[in-house]
Write a protein that binds this ligand. Structure first.
Ligand code: GDP
Length: 444
């Protein structure tokens, strides 16, 4: 899992200071020594580490912290704020042109994940922003790249503009923009040529494409696994052609996190998206605050909720919230929820976003036993209509019957009944929170 070492170290350090009723200067110094070490271990750029340590130390030494009732927690909050700031502070939005079409250039070195990300981005913009994308195969030097983009386009049912490899990328891009206008496709995403190294020919070609119609965005795709190299690549591309943002790929791998934490400070360009897997829907908008929460083990409930929301239809969600609020949630609703959870994606991925999840040893290798869900479904199917709506009536005899009917044990039935009750309680609390428009930020 990405950031694992950093996360573990920082959390250890934070736990030590969090509970302190009094924090001395020496405590802060000790903590900062550990933080510095953790960041260096995570391959964060040295200049960035220095600045970070300086900022946190200064803020932590302030009298508002030292004299507060919960100085330890204040210090942890400062670390989280500064970590968020390091990664760009606010979430960075994507720019769409008022003049059609919006042009997005994807640039990067070979193997970084450029072609895959081009497809992923088109899918995401269609889903979240209702855009009509056109993918453009302008990487003519690697013949396989054109085919690869065509395959990606087919999988996503998004049109791909390709002209083979015998004409210049600039000409392809020019024709593609015309084609998009004619076909009323509002977002042109150009997959430019990758190279093994940065060279002048590549940069000139990118400049020529850029000159066709000033792109609304130039996204550099870099591989998070390459650490500080990714930062250097970002710096070079930015100096040569001026990028507007970075897509950091392979954050699902076990990168130490150095690139994610350094790129913004070094290049002053925001990370806009992160690649979280090989599948075409594995691209997320980058939220610095959520990532900081995740690194510090505070979980990423907001992403989780969003994931749930994109898979839930609004009307049903409203009905469900009403049911939670009035405690009229039944086992039938539970079944429906299970079906929706299954649509959210692999459960082990979802689990990792929960607060404290990264403290659970072995979770990174955990494979959720999805057959367990099948068992739960079988138990519910074995209930009568009345039992599903008023589980309180399920006595020992009924439990026996349900267990027999579902091919499970009485313990299984008991466990589900208890989980159901717990869940109802929790949902009731959560629905209270979200009715305040979900604006309530995670407090520490
Ligand atoms: P390009 O040469 O930059 O166009 O790179 P490709 O798009 O061909 O990707 C190179 C490899 O990285 C492929 O095997 C992709 O499936 C893989 N890849 C791309 N993005 C991600 C990601 O976010 N996570 C993981 N695990 N693999 C990725």
């Amino acid at each position: 899992m990405a950031f694992e070492g950093l996360s573990e170290r920082l959390q250890g350090t934070m736990t030590k200071i969090k509970g302190k009723g009094k924090v001395s200067e020496a405590d802060v110094k000790d903590m900062m020594r550990e933080v510095r070490f953790a960041l260096i271990e995570a391959d964060v750029n040295l200049k960035v580490v220095k600045e970070f340590v300086k900022k946190v130390s200064e803020r932590a030494a302030g009298s508002d912290v030292m004299d507060s009732l919960t100085p330890g927690q204040q210090v942890v909050k400062i670390v989280k704020d500064e970590l968020t700031e390091l990664m760009g502070g606010e979430q960075s939005k994507i720019e769409f042109s008022t003049k059609q079409p919006t042009v997005i250039m994807m640039v990067g070195l070979q193997g970084a994940g450029k072609t895959t990300t081009t497809g992923k981005l088109a899918g995401l913009l269609r889903k979240k922003h209702n855009r009509k994308p056109l993918l453009v195969a302008a990487d003519v030097y690697r013949p396989a790249a054109v085919q690869q983009l065509e395959t990606v386009g087919k999988q996503l049912t998004i049109p791909v503009f390709s002209k083979g490899t015998d004409i210049s990328p600039v000409e392809i891009a020019r024709q593609a923009i015309e084609h998009a206008k004619a076909e009323h496709l509002d977002t042109v995403i150009i997959d430019t040529a990758g190279r093994l190294h940065i060279d002048d020919t590549l940069m000139q070609e990118l400049k020529d494409i850029r000159a066709l119609k000033e792109p609304d965005e130039i996204f550099l795709v870099v591989d998070a696994m390459t650490g500080q190299d990714a930062v250097n690549v970002a710096q070079s591309f930015d100096e040569a052609i001026g990028i507007t943002g970075v897509v950091l790929t392979k954050l699902d791998g076990d990168t130490r996190g150095g690139a994610a934490l350094s790129i913004r400070t070094v290049t002053q360009k925001p990370i806009k998206f992160i690649g979280m897997g090989e599948k075409l829907d594995a691209l997320d908008v980058f939220h610095p605050e959520r990532m900081a929460s995740r690194i510090l083990g505070m979980g990423d409930m907001l992403s989780l909720i969003e994931k749930a929301q994109t898979n839930v239809d609004e009307e049903k969600a409203k009905q469900l919230e009403e049911k939670f609020r009035t405690s009229s949630f039944t086992f039938d609703d539970f079944l429906e929820q299970l079906a929706q959870v299954k649509q959210m994606g692999p459960l082990d991925e979802i689990l990792k976003m929960l607060p404290g999840a990264n403290k659970i040893k072995g979770l990174e290798n955990a494979k959720v036993d999805e057959s367990q869900m099948g068992r739960v479904e079988a138990i519910i199917y074995s209930m009568t209509k009345q039992e599903k709506t008023t589980p309180e009536i399920i006595n020992a005899n009924r439990k026996k019957r349900i267990a027999r009917g579902s091919g499970t044990s009485i313990q299984d039935v008991n466990r589900l009944l208890k989980q159901f009750e717990d869940m109802k309680k929790m949902m009731k609390q959560m629905s209270g929170m979200s009715s305040k428009k979900g604006k309530k930020k995670m407090s520490m």
